[in-house]
Design a protein around this ligand. Structure first.
Ligand code: BEZ
Ligand code: FE
Length: 290
């Protein structure tokens, strides 16, 4: 449609007609973006001041981003958009371990031998010691060798190393590689629930929407093996008060595990721990790449 006389009625079609690309997927993206954006505006009928406030919010969201802070990912997370994209892209997992959000705190980590203690900061003095172990298998139950397991977590008071000058670099992170038995284990301190960053525009949004910023305690895992789909997930701590109201909608029942107290002096000594320490077991099942 060509027109010099733009009206409320013909505007959407004129924008669509004028947006033409040779890339079919980008064309689909633009067509749907324009249609949904215009439909949203027609439905909401914002005032000019309200629209400016929305643009200002997005401007400040971008201005908050740098190499360690990604406010747009956080916006995607708290609106449920990240989990929706995750769900669409991981349909049909069958018996494979479920996925959840990556979040903004994944960073470079050191490669370690199995069993290494990944807590190296002030949390060592305060935290509850834990051993995390399990097995990586394929969906026929066979152990998978050569799996790269990248783990990261907050400390016992809810801070990642990048948020806290008192923690050493690459603290509470590590990369482990399975042997022929597919087993993994490492030592750490129990994570605790924590708020997503609230000192930026996304924090304002949560407050204005009457929502809390808390995430239930969890450890992140990014698991890669040749011939298998990448698995990005968390293991959440059973009993956490925020399991039912995670600020980023990331919880799935199959990803919740108990930290079981162990009072054995002998086992504690072998691990270099005090009693009681905690044991968390979680087995991962990988999906073959298609
Ligand atoms: C996280 O678990 O690290 C996280 C995920 C989404 C938003 C903020 C933090
Ligand atoms: Fe996290």
């Amino acid at each position: 449609m060509s027109a010099t006389n733009i009206t409320e009625e013909n505007l959407t079609q004129i924008v669509l007609d004028r947006t033409k690309t040779d890339d079919p997927r980008f064309q689909e993206f633009m067509d749907k973006f324009i249609k949904h954006l215009h439909a949203f505006i027609r439905d909401l009928e914002p005032t000019e001041q309200e629209w400016f406030t929305a643009i200002d919010f997005l401007t400040r969201t971008g201005q908050m981003c740098d190499d360690v802070r990604q406010e747009y990912i956080l916006l995607s997370d708290v609106t449920g958009a990240s989990m929706l994209v995750d769900a669409i892209n991981h349909r049909g997992l069958g018996s494979a371990t479920e996925t959840t959000v990556t979040g903004p705190f994944h960073a470079k980590a050191l490669e370690y031998e199995m069993g290494t203690m990944i807590a190296r900061g002030p949390e060592l003095e305060r935290g509850e010691q834990a051993v995390v172990r399990g097995k990586i298998t394929d969906d026929d139950g066979n152990p998978v060798e050569g799996v790269r397991i990248d783990v990261w977590q907050s400390d016992d008071i809810g801070f990642y190393d990048s948020q806290d000058d008192k923690q050493p670099d690459m603290n509470l992170r590590g990369i482990f590689t399975t042997g022929a038995d597919g087993e993994y284990w490492f030592r750490t301190i129990k994570p605790c629930s924590y708020p997503v960053p609230t000192d930026g525009p996304v924090g304002e949004l949560l407050r204005a929407a009457g929502r809390h910023p808390m995430r239930p305690a969890h450890i992140h895992f990014m698991i890669d093996a040749p011939g298998y789909e990448r698995l990005i997930t968390h293991i959440f701590s059973a009993g956490d008060e925020y399991l039912e109201s995670d600020a980023v909608f990331g919880v799935k029942d199959s990803l919740v595990a108990d930290y079981i107290p162990n009072n054995s002096e002998e086992q504690a000594k072998e691990l270099g721990f005090k009693t009681p320490f905690f044991e968390m077991n979680f087995d991962f099942t990988l999906k073959k790449s298609s």
